[in-house]
Design a protein around this ligand. Structure first.
Ligand SMILES: [Zn+2]
Length: 340
């Protein structure tokens, strides 16, 4: 466990006053004393429920300048070229599996949105990570560019012949023309962003009138959250997750920015089940396995998590297709045809 000084965290966190998603009044603390599942950032946090849309907001609420210090160097599964030995082999297998899941979701999205039927469209993925979804759309011959803060990921994507740039949200409008993209998408990004309104005010002007904004998110109003509570991976990802929205809160947020024709698509049931496996074996994180000395007990627990994934998949499949509250979902909406 690191200490706060080592992470260069200043203590200027504040108490949140309004919901990030619907602007509604915050109500009671729903989850008390939640700890970072990675054990990387010391301390405890509360998750306060919005009295209007039931989204959860982190308290104390971190300052924007501190957020970057909450992320360890190897936060996600590294690509095999970024590691060695046993880890290289494990990362090869895990990356292949993630690649399969991400591409499955990208394929479902491309079937759902009519814009993907057009022969040549321009797409931006913000927070593209190591580029699995990017690759799917690149292979469909779309003009796609990935943006991420991780220089290592961006260089890995560029080495595969795809377009990617290392840019933060503040300077994003300086790098691209307004009204230039048919689709902007971000997966597992919005729940990390403290000022969602600033984010949307920077990113939406880049979408052409009639273009689409797409976001993948965890939901707080789902069966896994009810079962695992603060042990669920979307909740104990504090303080990197500064909010966990409800489906209703997300829809209210998109509508507040004038986006239309809102639709919802569950993540694949395997992706939702993977979050369950990781919640049950919460010490078996990619951070623990890829950052420290090799502990085969952690690897064993990651394999156990895989079994739980397959066992829980039928329940998640039922939740995804027979309720309006999937545990992980993709929301998409269209910019007004007349609005630039
Ligand atoms: Zn709310």
């Amino acid at each position: 466990m690191k200490n706060a000084n080592h992470l260069n965290i200043k203590s200027d966190a504040t108490t949140p006053t309004a919901c990030l998603w619907c602007k509604g009044k915050l109500g009671e603390v729903k989850y008390h004393n939640v700890k970072d599942r990675l054990g990387y950032v010391p301390g405890t946090w509360d998750l306060i429920e919005c009295s209007e849309c039931k989204s959860l907001v982190l308290s104390p609420f971190p300052s924007t300048s501190d957020i970057g210090n909450y992320y360890p160097e190897k936060y996600n599964i590294p690509s095999p070229t970024q590691t060695s030995g046993v880890r290289k082999l494990v990362s090869f297998v895990e990356s292949k599996f993630l690649n399969f899941l991400y591409q499955k979701e990208a394929r479902a999205l491309s079937r759902k949105l009519p814009v993907f039927k057009k022969p040549s469209i321009k797409i931006l993925e913000f927070g593209c990570g190591n580029g699995n979804r990017l690759e799917f759309f690149h292979n469909l011959k779309f003009d796609i560019v990935g943006v991420d803060m991780s220089r290592g990921d961006i260089e890995a994507i560029q080495s595969k012949g795809m377009k990617a740039q290392c840019i933060d949200i503040q300077t994003l409008p300086e790098h691209f023309e307004p009204n230039s993209f048919d689709v902007i998408m971000c997966f597992d990004v919005l729940e990390h962003i403290p000022n969602l309104e600033v984010f949307f005010s920077k990113i939406l002007p880049l979408i052409r009138p009639g273009g689409w904004m797409v976001a993948g998110l965890p939901a707080q109003d789902s069966i896994p959250v009810r079962v695992f509570k603060e042990d669920y991976i979307a909740l104990n990802e504090v303080p990197r997750h500064v909010s966990v929205p409800s489906v209703k809160g997300t829809q209210m947020f998109f509508k507040r920015f004038g986006l239309q024709n809102l639709g919802l698509l569950p993540y694949s049931s395997l992706s939702c089940a993977m979050a369950v496996g990781l919640s049950l074996f919460k010490s078996a994180t990619a951070y623990a396995f890829y950052n420290n000395e090799i502990k085969f007990f952690i690897l064993f627990k990651r394999v156990c998590g895989l079994f739980v994934l397959f066992l829980s998949c039928p329940v998640l499949l039922l939740e995804n297709y027979f309720t309006s509250h999937p545990s992980r979902f993709i929301v998409f909406a269209q910019k007004d045809e007349l609005k630039s």
